[in-house]
Design a protein around this ligand. Structure first.
Ligand code: ATR
Length: 268
């Protein structure tokens, strides 16, 4: 039996075993997906020894994504972002990538296929790790990307790393009035807190994506839906980012279908 898993501290909350368990069953693969809890004082040794471990490959979550990128041969995306969440065997060594950005784009393609015809800028609110991955991926797709954040310095840092533009929070309503895509990349909404972004200035047809997946329909997405805009939930990104590891480790691209969405939604 092959062994894969997610490395983090803590990792008990991870839904990845459910996602991968579904794909193992669909593809008839004899493998186990483990939650690998690695304490901070053991993390450097874990990654140093990973190539000689029994694992076919691993996902990496907080707080080890930067350490992972330093510990393996980072692909261009992981190099640009300075983080890796997916590690696979590559000859005698290990390679790594960050699949959050590609997962986000795949989720947009799935839930809002018309987003590619959009002409206005993409506006991202929030400037943490998820924000920079999404900004980088949208820039790579040829979008003009504007980043706004409560702490302006962090918006500047994300914009500089991703090739986007930082804007002040008070410039947000104007930016939204010409946007084709709005992304909530703040942590607001996790606890049901309403995001203080007013979707009213958004033009008709705008896609509104939330990276939060619990609740599945955040207050922002509910407001967008009520206005007839195109909502994209955060569950899609969670599921699509996982396809990268599965494909690297087992050589087949798994599907994100209704059954998987239902299965993972039931755990939220
Ligand atoms: P992740 O790595 O998951 O993207 P993070 O690094 O914790 O998450 O980033 C959280 C984001 O939510 C940040 O942009 C944060 O704003 P600051 O950079 O100003 O901290 C934003 N955020 C969290 N609570 C917020 C609040 N009450 N109002 C506005 N923004 C908030």
């Amino acid at each position: 039996m092959q062994r894969v898993g997610v490395v983090g501290w803590p990792v008990e909350h991870s839904r990845s075993p459910v996602i991968f368990g579904h794909w193992f069953a669909v593809h008839g693969i004899d493998a186990r997906y483990e939650r690998i809890a690695v304490a901070p004082d053991e993390a450097a040794a874990f990654f140093a020894d990973l190539a000689s471990s029994p694992y076919t490959g691993v996902n990496v979550t907080m707080p080890y994504k930067a350490l992972a990128a330093e510990s393996v041969s980072a692909d261009p995306v992981a190099t640009r972002l300075g983080v890796a969440n997916t590690i696979w065997r590559d000859g005698d060594g290990l390679s790594g990538s960050s699949s959050d950005g590609s997962g986000f784009i795949a989720s947009l393609d799935d839930q809002a296929p018309d987003w590619r015809g959009a002409v206005g800028p993409a506006v991202i609110v929030g400037a943490g790790g998820a924000s920079v991955a999404v900004a980088d991926a949208l820039v790579a797709e040829g979008c003009r990307v504007l980043v706004a954040n409560r702490t302006a310095d962090k918006a500047e840092a994300v914009a500089a790393r991703a090739g986007a533009e930082a804007i002040a929070l008070d410039a947000l309503p104007d930016a939204l009035s010409e946007a084709s895509l709005l992304v909530n990349a703040t942590s607001l909404g996790m606890d049901g807190t309403t995001l203080s972004v007013d979707p009213r200035p958004l033009p008709a047809g705008t896609t509104v994506a939330d990276l939060i997946y619990n609740p599945l329909e955040t207050p922002l997405l509910a407001a967008a839906r009520a206005r007839g805009l195109v909502p994209v939930d955060g569950l899609g990104m969670l599921l699509f980012q996982a396809t990268t590891g599965f494909e690297r480790w087992f050589g087949v691209k798994p599907k994100v279908d209704r059954d998987l969405r239902r299965l993972v939604s039931a755990t939220l």
